[in-house]
Design a protein around this ligand. Structure first.
Ligand SMILES: Cc1cc2nc3c(=O)[nH]c(=O)nc-3n(C[C@H](O)[C@H](O)[C@H](O)COP(=O)(O)OP(=O)(O)OC[C@H]3O[C@@H](n4cnc5c(N)ncnc54)[C@H](O)[C@@H]3O)c2cc1C
Length: 408
């Protein structure tokens, strides 16, 4: 009979990675994953639009840590132990090749999240991990031998020597096993969501995108850049998702009713520069029509909408007044939008908030409050921006927890 029994609560990316790490490093230990739903790794399955954005090609721990609105400081050290290069090598050793897209996101070459699931499941099976699905852990209590007694939804009780909590984003603090064991949760709020907006500038233009916009939230001076997409319900794309991540708690406090600004050409294109380009067009292409010649790299239908919103009819550039040039430059660089609530992004949605990082030793992922208790993944107050950073945090914290939990 094994003398060490590690229970991993949660069969997601972090749970599997910590369990596999532990079982591979300590073959004599018994490792069991408890998963409340009928299927494990369900977020991996739907992630990245079914392709699973496994990690990001950012190999400098310091730079990588800046991608996390929560957990940045703590992850910096952790990334020295396990970073995207390690993730790539790990999957490669198990026969899974990853490829990098232009924006740095990394996917399996099969473009199929099932490849990652298969890899994790077969690795778990090879090292004898027991996976109990449809088994929700309801309670966890400390025993007097520094172990834990856990009870599942079928009222079965298990005595284990070590516990790894990898339960993902917490929906309700009351049901949190971490809270039962004395840990505290920071304020919970969604992150990586899109904004519901009704505005004549974007109405009916769903599907149009710009490659490099800047979003600004004046009350906190928060600024984010990246592609932006007009959707049926408002605005989406990295420039919006990143703003939602960095402003997650602020936006929750405002009940998702707030105003923000967009520069449709990105932060480098100032009001003055945009004006200059139009004045140049007025001089050099004076006979051309405003509706057929736009000086900017913007979708044609969007440019026409801008002219319409600024009440500028189709006319030769020579006839465009300074007031009209000012109006267009203002709309392009300082469009103001008011959100009418948030909507969940279909591609990515994570929880901001979780187990307080002050209570965790990031060298081992062990609880500072309770011996033999470890944490991994989104259960912690860690979340990253879109691009593979959330899975990387799961792999890193899972790896450290799995390796250190039995290292005496
Ligand atoms: C639609 C979508 C797409 C995404 N795409 C990407 C992407 O491409 N790249 C990226 O980096 N991130 C992506 N993310 C974020 C990423 O999926 C998460 O950050 C990641 O899955 C967190 O892993 P985890 O193991 O910590 O938590 P989870 O994956 O949430 O796993 C936790 C598991 O614990 C189980 N559980 C909870 N409580 C109990 C209990 N008491 N007993 C037993 N089991 C329990 C849950 O059922 C769940 O299966 C996406 C998220 C979503 C929703």
């Amino acid at each position: 009979m094994p003398t060490k029994h590690v229970a991993v609560i949660g069969g997601g990316a972090a749970g599997f990675f910590s369990a596999i790490t532990c079982a591979e490093a300590y073959p004599d230990a018994q490792v069991t994953i408890f998963e409340k739903s009928p299927k494990v790794l369900s977020k991996v399955r739907i992630s990245g639009g079914g392709r699973c954005n496994v990690t990001h090609s950012c190999f400098d721990p310091k730079e990588l840590a800046t991608k996390y609105p929560r957990g940045s400081r703590e992850l910096r050290g952790a990334f020295h132990k396990w970073q995207p290069l390690d993730t790539i090598n790990w999957f490669q050793e198990k026969g899974v090749e990853l490829k990098t897209e232009e924006d740095g996101r990394m996917f399996p070459t099969t473009d199929d999240s099932q490849t990652i699931i298969h890899c994790l499941l077969s690795s778990a099976q090879k090292c004898g991990i027991i996976v109990r699905t449809k088994t929700s852990v309801k309670t966890a209590n400390r025993t007097n031998r520094n172990g834990f007694s856990i009870t599942d939804s079928n009222n079965e009780e298990y005595d284990v020597t070590h516990l790894i909590i990898a339960t993902g984003g917490t929906a309700s603090p009351q049901k949190s096993i971490a809270v039962q064991l004395g840990h505290t949760l920071t304020q919970l709020a969604p992150s990586l969501f899109t904004f519901n907006i009704k505005d004549p500038l974007i109405d009916g233009l769903a599907g149009l995108s710009v490659s490099s916009a800047q979003t600004l939230f004046p009350p906190t001076k928060l600024k984010q850049s990246g592609p932006m997409l007009i959707t049926h319900w408002g605005l989406s794309g990295p420039a919006i998702l990143k703003l939602s991540a960095w402003g997650a708690r602020d936006f929750a406090d405002r009940d998702y009713a707030f105003s923000f600004n967009v520069n449709w050409l990105g932060g480098e294109m100032s009001f003055e520069r945009v004006k200059e380009l139009m004045i140049q067009t007025k001089k050099l292409s004076s006979k051309k029509l405003t509706t057929t010649l736009s000086p900017f790299d913007l979708p044609k239908r969007f440019w026409l909408r801008l002219l319409d919103i600024c009440s500028i009819p189709s006319k030769q550039w020579a006839q465009v007044s300074n007031t009209e040039i000012n109006a267009i430059a203002n709309k392009i660089t300082r469009s103001e939008f008011r959100t009418d609530g948030k909507s969940v992004n279909k591609d990515e949605f994570v929880t901001c908030g979780g187990v307080s990082l002050k209570e965790i030793n990031f060298k081992t992922m062990q609880s500072k409050l309770i011996p033999n208790l470890y944490f991994a993944g989104e259960a912690l107050d860690i979340d990253g921006i879109t691009g593979g950073f959330n899975f990387q945090a799961a792999w890193t914290t899972g790896r450290i927890a799995g390796l250190s939990c039995l290292a005496e």
